[in-house]
Ligand binder design. Structure first.
Ligand code: DC
Length: 338
């Protein structure tokens, strides 16, 4: 069972205001969470004791939300508490794993959850295989924010070049490709899907052959400009955790939280090796290690936005830490800065 929370306020205690606000709150929760009727088990409303004119459960039913039991109760009157406030707990059941409920706080109720209402970003940079993406996914889920895998965007550019028989190193040919390069990121069931020319390429871009090509293509200024523009656009409208190479140093230099995640190259190669073998790819460990070292060198030495640790980033070496220890360390830094 998953609980989605929401709250809103009304300006005056009257039927019209209650009906309008309840509908607005439910519409927003349903659209943001892509909710289906059959997933909903029960709607539980509560309202502050200064609301008398109409029943929020009745308003919900009239707005078409009549496919699950509805209940409403009056909250105790607390000194200094929010006035004219309607809250909701929506109990749902979903089969897909890793679903992150998106809670919705509207109007004056935004004050109840400052953590949800203000946009903030967490930048995670570091070399290949340092654990950034695993960490980013956990943080995004725990903080109920978006995870943007920026490496996937460069991988999609590389895949396009490879498919068209263009060398990702060939700057002129790559620049000619850019006007027809159609890369998008979409979110389904809380997971990022990378779309190239309308096709979901989330799996193909993970192939080992694409890794070095992504590093090659990401060195071109025009490619970076196009990708960075998309990344900034996404990060400005919603709170996200972004992983990449240049997030804290170039894409979002004002990100509230910045971390540089690193690990010994042998440890990183071992992690990638396991990942690729689990996916059914045949790889040689020594070759993979050499590729990772070469990719780090290329990413760190390129002219435009190289892989660097931003001056104000917290460095976390994950070589000898397990994932829980890394998450704890990161959360402790975030907590100290809030
Ligand atoms: O994180 P990854 O392995 O999926 O990234 C693939 C390549 O993309 C990486 O070698 C360098 C490039 N990249 C980049 O230049 N800037 C980013 N923000 C993310 C990735």
């Amino acid at each position: 069972m998953i609980v989605i929370r929401g709250a809103t306020t009304i300006e005056r205690d009257c039927k019209e205001e209650i009906s309008k606000s309840v509908k607005e709150l439910l519409d927003e929760i349903f659209s943001l969470n892509a909710l289906k009727k059959e997933e909903v088990r029960v709607f539980v409303f509560s309202l502050t004791s200064d609301i008398h004119s109409y029943h929020p459960a009745k308003a919900a039913r009239e707005a078409g939300y009549d496919f699950a039991p509805l209940f409403a109760a009056i909250e105790p009157d607390i000194d200094g508490g929010l006035k004219l406030c309607i809250r909701l707990m929506l109990f749902i059941e979903r089969e897909a794993e890793g679903v992150t409920p998106k809670h919705v706080y509207l109007k004056e109720a935004k004050k109840l959850r400052k953590d949800l209402s203000s946009v903030y970003n967490i930048a995670l940079d570091g070399p290949a295989g340092s654990g950034k993406s695993t960490i980013a996914k956990i943080l995004a889920k725990d903080y109920n924010i978006l995870y943007l895998d920026t490496g996937a965007m460069y991988r999609a550019c590389a895949l396009k070049a490879l498919r068209m028989g263009i060398s990702p190193k060939n700057r002129d040919a790559v620049e000619k490709l850019l006007p027809i390069l159609d890369v998008k990121v979409e979110y389904r069931d809380g997971k990022q899907h990378t779309i190239l020319d309308g096709e979901d390429v989330s799996l193909s871009i993970r192939e080992n052959a694409v890794s070095m090509a992504a590093s090659d293509i990401s060195a071109h200024l025009a490619v970076r400009q196009k990708m960075v523009e998309m990344q900034r656009e996404i990060a400005k409208s919603m709170s996200c955790v972004l992983d990449g190479r240049d997030i804290g140093s170039a894409v979002l230099p004002n990100a509230k939280f910045k971390f540089f995640i690193t690990a010994d190259s042998e440890v990183r190669a071992e992690r990638r090796y396991k990942e690729l073998v689990e996916r059914g790819e045949t790889v040689e460990f020594e070759k993979l290690h050499a590729e990772i070292v070469a990719r780090d060198k290329q990413d760190s030495e390129r002219e435009f936005s190289p892989l660097v640790c931003a001056k104000d980033a917290v460095v976390i070496d994950t070589s000898a830490l397990n994932i829980d220890e890394v998450i704890q360390a990161i959360k402790a830094h975030i907590q100290a800065k809030i």
